[in-house]
Design a protein around this ligand. Structure first.
Ligand SMILES: Nc1nc2c(c(=O)[nH]1)N[C@H]1C(S)=C(S)[C@@H](COP(=O)(O)OP(=O)(O)OC[C@H]3O[C@@H](n4cnc5c(=O)[nH]c(N)nc54)[C@H](O)[C@@H]3O)O[C@H]1N2
Ligand SMILES: Nc1nc2c(c(=O)[nH]1)N[C@H]1C(S)=C(S)[C@@H](COP(=O)(O)OP(=O)(O)OC[C@H]3O[C@@H](n4cnc5c(=O)[nH]c(N)nc54)[C@H](O)[C@@H]3O)O[C@H]1N2
Ligand SMILES: [Mo]
Length: 761
């Protein structure tokens, strides 16, 4: 049998080819019906001029241990021994002087697919052996959803996967999918950990069948996928909660709620009902009320309320909606609406969270059991909700609030990042920059000179996934892929594992870290763990030759709430054992603006805020269709999406006209937090006063055109605010952001594709 050479990535699986000259090329994976082209761009990274070639130390740190040169200094390349000696010494000194809690190792980020070389896991394994670190919980994807869901449904339903019905159920039973926020096929190209087959496009077509309908509420019409029987309803950003409450209010006023389900399976209906009908605050939350807030015609809202009577309705709520001020409340309002209509637990009915946000939501794959790199135990208990990183480093307050607790804010002296890009993903990057000036040392492993690498003191060159052997598998997919090394590591790059092994050796921890296994031994070891959990899969050697194994999946799916609906009526792990329409716990906390039931709580930044007089455009920053966050922004697919080299920002033609702007103009997008340059694209499919600029362009602040720290790279996080969604979860709230846009007439920045290394690279 021929050896199948494959490469596993977050975009899916690819076949690896070598040209006669020895160059690596990638081709779509034959069994994948809808492969993504984006991952092909990984080969462009193999020899990219912005690869980190050798260990590099920031000059200001090396010479004077200064802190504020981060982001501007150049770097001095050193050999590996020098770099690892220096770092081992620095880690030892920080630990001795300040203790392990002074090390921040939360290191959030998507890193690469590949079970063994998962960079943040390697880092955490190393730091735990070293005595631990201050960590972080939750994700930027789902930081506030993950906190509110357990209050509504209990801890067993705390993530999107646990709630989602399967596509086969939707195709077979659902009449209407009512989606708040986007259903973008480009988002479903991605799966954390990889996938064998992209199945979403095929399933989506089932929504084009007669009798089925998809209604998408979104501020931009690109959120409605093509090829379905669909309707787009324009909505003012951050007002979904009001519309959801109003649909429920109209249902109650018509007496069409499902009394049996409410009585049997929910708790707190009285409080919820009193609020909706205006008994609590004198405001009836009806269709007219929500229409004024959201811009959605009140007839549309009333028609939707009637629809729940006649058919199976699945309410889908996008992850983007909880990435906004008080985003938890829209989730609670959606869950409550699904509950009072009695649709929760019915095949294809009730609630779905993030259908099409990634490839796996709705896939009928029960969690694929198998091991991860063992991280060990962290002896340090300090943590933050992930998006409070700048609050942690700046220490402007003594505690950080999180789900009813006040967390200590330890002083961080050393930040260690491996597999993530905070200068891509965090909000208000100019504030993050000030935050990164606080600790004495910042260490980053990177493949390329990202903005995060450029804010570090010690930068260690990491190998690309194409440069190492691994097992690519997602716990939400049923394929295990042998991701084989296709090229030697670039220049002096090493795998993260090898870097930590070297560091561990200097600290007397080598054996504990490697367990005397080679990298290939580890890959084999992890695979054996999968075989233990899934005895039908072949032995390692046969798997490695064949390239992949597909683990059989169950033929039909189930609604995750089916058992609850069928059985014990107080079986949820909530306060009441039932679905909470009201929570005493949350009500008693008395968090400002966070009552104990779903409620409209005005966002800090939205088109209805007084701030909109100064900054009258609502900026959305969705996921990029041409890359994965900041990854592969250097590759052709992303570069060719730019306008004259600038990241596109889209705007309604009417808004352009009042500003004297035209399609293709280079513009400055700004507010009082920061500014970036972008290329203007006119789009009549936007709700007026909404502008949209995808995440992921590389942050590059420059003093240019009379402006200070103008981000010529075009990262929307120069503009977003860095305040938690609410006191409850402190999640990231990037989608609540007001800006203004004007023409930029200053000099053009040079495209900077040189490594920031002294003497040039
Ligand atoms: N404004 C705004 N901001 C957002 C969002 C938004 O909607 N709006 N979305 C948020 C969301 S949902 C997310 S998930 C985050 C994503 O934020 P991140 O996950 O931080 O983004 P990535 O660009 O994937 O960064 C991964 C980094 O790891 C590096 N890397 C990859 N593999 C390896 C490896 O094996 N070893 C090492 N050492 N490094 C590696 C890559 O080069 C890259 O720089 O962004 C968030 N930011
Ligand atoms: N190609 C590609 N796919 C990806 C990623 C990527 O970087 N590239 N990232 C992956 C990651 S990490 C994640 S977490 C998921 C994220 O999945 P999502 O959170 O669903 O993705 P977004 O693109 O941020 O948002 C989807 C849409 O929501 C709409 N939206 C924003 N705010 C509002 C609002 O207030 N109301 C309404 N009704 N709509 C709103 C926007 O128009 C946007 O197009 O995507 C994943 N998929
Ligand atoms: Mo995400």
């Amino acid at each position: 049998m021929d050896v199948m050479r494959l490469f596993g990535s977050h975009f899916g699986t690819y076949e690896v080819r070598h040209t006669e000259a020895g160059e690596v090329s990638l081709a779509p994976f034959a069994p994948d019906p809808q492969p993504s082209d984006l991952g092909l761009g990984f080969t462009e990274m193999l020899e990219h001029p912005l690869r980190v070639a050798r260990p590099a130390i920031r000059s200001g740190w090396l010479e004077r241990r200064d802190r504020d040169g981060r982001g501007t200094d150049d770097y001095v390349e050193v050999d590996w021994d020098t770099a690892l000696d220096l770092l081992a010494e620095e880690l030892t000194e920080v630990r001795a002087k300040h203790g392990n809690r002074a090390i921040f190792g939360g290191s959030y980020g998507w890193a690469s697919a590949g079970r063994f070389h998962h960079a943040p896991s390697q880092l955490k394994r190393f730091l735990n052996l070293f005595g631990g670190f201050t960590s972080s919980v939750h994700t930027y994807s789902f930081g506030s959803g993950a906190v509110i869901l357990p209050h509504i449904f209990g801890k067993d339903f705390s993530d999107a996967y646990a709630v989602a019905p399967t596509w086969d159920q939707i195709a077979g039973n659902t009449d209407v999918v009512l989606s708040f926020g986007g259903m973008r096929l480009s988002n479903a190209e991605v799966e954390s950990g990889g996938c064998g087959r992209h199945e979403t496009p095929a399933w989506l077509q089932s929504l084009g069948r007669p009798g089925k309908k998809l209604i998408v509420f979104a501020p931009q019409d690109m959120d409605l996928p093509e090829g379905v029987n669909g309707e787009w309803v324009g909505i003012r950003p951050n007002t979904d909660c009001a519309v959801l409450l109003a649909i429920a209010c109209e249902i109650l006023r018509a007496g069409h709620e499902d009394r049996d389900f409410i009585e049997g399976f929910t708790f707190g209906f009285a409080e919820y009902r009193a609020y909706l009908l205006g008994e609590t605050d004198g405001v009836v939350k009806d269709a007219d009320w929500a229409g004024r807030l959201s811009g959605v015609p009140s007839e549309t809202i009333r028609a939707l309320a009637a629809m729940f009577r006649t058919g199976r309705v699945l309410i889908n709520i996008a992850w983007s909606i909880q990435r906004a001020d008080n985003g938890e409340m829209a989730y609670w309002a959606a869950a409550a609406l699904a509950a009072i209509t009695g649709q929760i637990g019915l095949p294809g009915g009730g609630l779905c969270i993030g259908l099409m946000a990634v490839n796996s939501i709705g896939r009928n794959v029960p969690r694929l059991a198998g091991p991860a790199v063992p991280q060990g135990r962290n002896p340090v208990s300090d943590f933050i909700p992930v998006a409070r990183i700048a609050d942690l480093l700046l220490r402007e307050s003594e505690s950080i609030h999180y789900d009813g607790r006040d967390l200590d804010v330890p002083r961080i002296e050393l930040v260690y990042w491996c597999g993530g890009n905070p200068f891509h993903h965090h909000q208000d990057l100019n504030r993050l920059r000030r935050a990164f000036w606080q600790p004495r040392t910042v260490v980053v492993h990177e493949m390329a000179w990202t903005a995060t690498a450029r804010h570090a003191d010690i930068v260690l060159p990491a190998a690309l996934p194409l440069e190492r052997d691994d097992l690519a598998v997602s716990s939400r997919d049923n394929w295990i892929v042998a991701s084989r090394r296709a090229a030697p590591p670039f220049a002096e790059a090493r795998s993260d594992h090898e870097i930590f092994a070297g560091l561990a050796g200097r600290l007397g921890l080598r054996e504990g870290f490697t367990e005397d296994r080679s990298e290939m031994d580890w890959v084999r070891h992890l695979y054996e763990g999968y075989r233990e959990a899934n005895p039908s899969i072949p032995e390692f050697d046969a798997f490695w030759e064949a390239g992949y194994v597909e683990v059989p999946q169950p033929p039909v799916g189930r609604n995750p709430f089916a058992d609850f609906r069928a059985g014990e009526r107080s079986a949820l792990a909530t306060e009441s054992g039932r679905i909470q329409l009201f929570s005493k716990t949350l009500a008693e906390r008395d968090d400002p603006g966070f009552p104990g039931h779903p409620a409209w709580v005005e966002p800090r930044e939205w088109l209805g805020a007084s701030r909109a007089q100064r900054f009258p455009l609502h900026l959305l920053s969705p996921q990029p269709a041409s890359r994965l966050h900041s990854q592969l922004d250097l590759a052709t697919a992303s570069q060719s999406s730019k306008i004259d080299g600038f990241e596109p920002v889209t705007m309604h033609p009417a808004d352009a006209e009042t500003r004297g702007l035209s399609d293709g103009d280079i513009v400055r997008v700004f507010n009082d937090r920061g500014a970036c340059l972008a290329g203007l694209r006119l789009d009549p499919g936007l709700v007026p006063q909404v502008v949209s600029q995808a995440t992921g362009a590389w942050y590059r602040p420059e003093d240019i055109g009379g402006f200070e720290a103008l981000d010529v790279g075009g990262n929307p996080n120069t503009l977003t605010h860095d305040k938690g969604t609410s006191r409850l979860s402190g999640g990231p709230s990037a989608n609540s952001c007001l800006v203004e846009i004007e023409a930029y007439r200053g000099p053009r920045p040079e495209r900077d594709w040189r490594a920031p290394v002294r003497g040039g690279a």
